[in-house]
Design a protein around this ligand. Sequence first.
Ligand code: NDP
Length: 449
Amino acid sequence: MTTKMDVKLETVYQDVLKRNPGEVEFHQAVREVLETLGPVLAKYPEFRDRKIIERICEPERQIIFRVPWQDDRGEVQINRGFRVQYNSSLGPYKGGLRFHPSVYLGIIKFLGFEQIFKNALTGLPIGGGKGGSDFDPKGKSDNEVMRFCQSFMTELMRYIGEHTDVPAGDIGVGGREIGYMFGQYKRLTSRYEAGVLTGKGLDYGGSLVRTEATGYGATFFVKEMLEVRKDSFAGKTCTVSGSGNVAIYTIEKIHQLGGKVVACSDSNGVIHDDKGIDLDLVKQLKEVERRRIKDYVEYRKHARYLPGGNIWEIPCQVAMPSATQNELNGKDAALLVKNGCIAVGEGANMPTTPEGAKVFLDAKVAYGPGKAANAGGVATSALEMQQNASRDSWTFDYTEKRLANIMKNIHQNCWDAAEEFGAKGNYVVGANTAGFIRVAKAMVAHGLI
Ligand code: NDP
């Protein structure tokens, strides 16, 4: 389902479809942004004259490369690596690396496109980019992951640097992978360039709160949305999809704020624990032992494991999709609303389909789209870059306060922009317009490049 678009923007969109065939996630992300920009072009005709939208839809640079590596049996494996350097108007390209078998150019471009506006919303000096590989770290030994990361970085190192492009983690890329890639970068360049990657370990230039940042930030964003409605997390039943980095720290912050998370998931099934998810157990299973979420019920006998289950069927007041794109569709959204859901905060990127988003907006659910709600991760990456540049490291409390403040500002800017462009309370319009205007103004200032 799609909304009607400004006629000139529809022409731009049709051109995007033609130039990027088959990249359906990218098309979806572009459409969602373009649908909201008509009133912005009416206010800023110079954006139209200078073809800012046409330029913003075309990445500055797209790099695709071969990643050969050897598995533990000595067999040669070939994967494909990507880095899309999307837009550098506001700073060095910044955005994560995703290692997942579903990765292809269309996924990286959708993520890179969203990243431009997300990074602009943080107010920090970072451009937008994204990368990754169709490599699947699941079931691989540490040595295999290391050999893959080394091969991946051997090519990627030509294109990145603390002032050029600063990758971080995403699905399938956590502290272990960042460590291996940093080691290889250091070895190949003979430089200790801490600011070239973020999400590093605390022993070698990482920032406190970076691990927690996306989940904490998304929860702070929802807290702000609830406060507008004179409400809070206290006593709320919540569900959080996924059980990776974003999901775990979303659950942690919701519990700290007095909510109760009763379900989480992975791509195989759902855990429903109506006494509240035992987060120490989830961390032990997922972060330490790298096991599947189904093992939760071995230790918590009262909980249920629903193989192939749909987490959105479990009633909740706050839903936080934190796994992957298009994991929540129109039917799921309608069911959530029917079951009393009043707020949705997207920890994942584009987890809600356009049909789902429409259901939430029509039902006046407080709906925080990913590019605003999950910006806390990249914002804290930018804080890690600041600490690296000044050879400093900040305390947990100080860094968390900065994160909370950034999320408060993002929420306020989205709120104000939505109101200015005639869509009060619509954070999709707010996030797209506020993010776009900042980038567009910088592009106008830089001339035709
Ligand atoms: P992780 O790899 O740590 O975890 C991903 C989680 O999502 C896993 O539990 C995984 O399960 C689950 N998952 C993946 N695909 C599916 C699926 N099709 N159905 C159900 N569950 C699924 O990744 P992150 O937590 O880092 O990333 C999660 C989301 O958050 C992504 O959309 C990412 O782009 C976004 N994000 C992440 C940021 C970060 O700082 N890490 C920053 C901003 C956004 P399984 O193990 O079965 O695959």
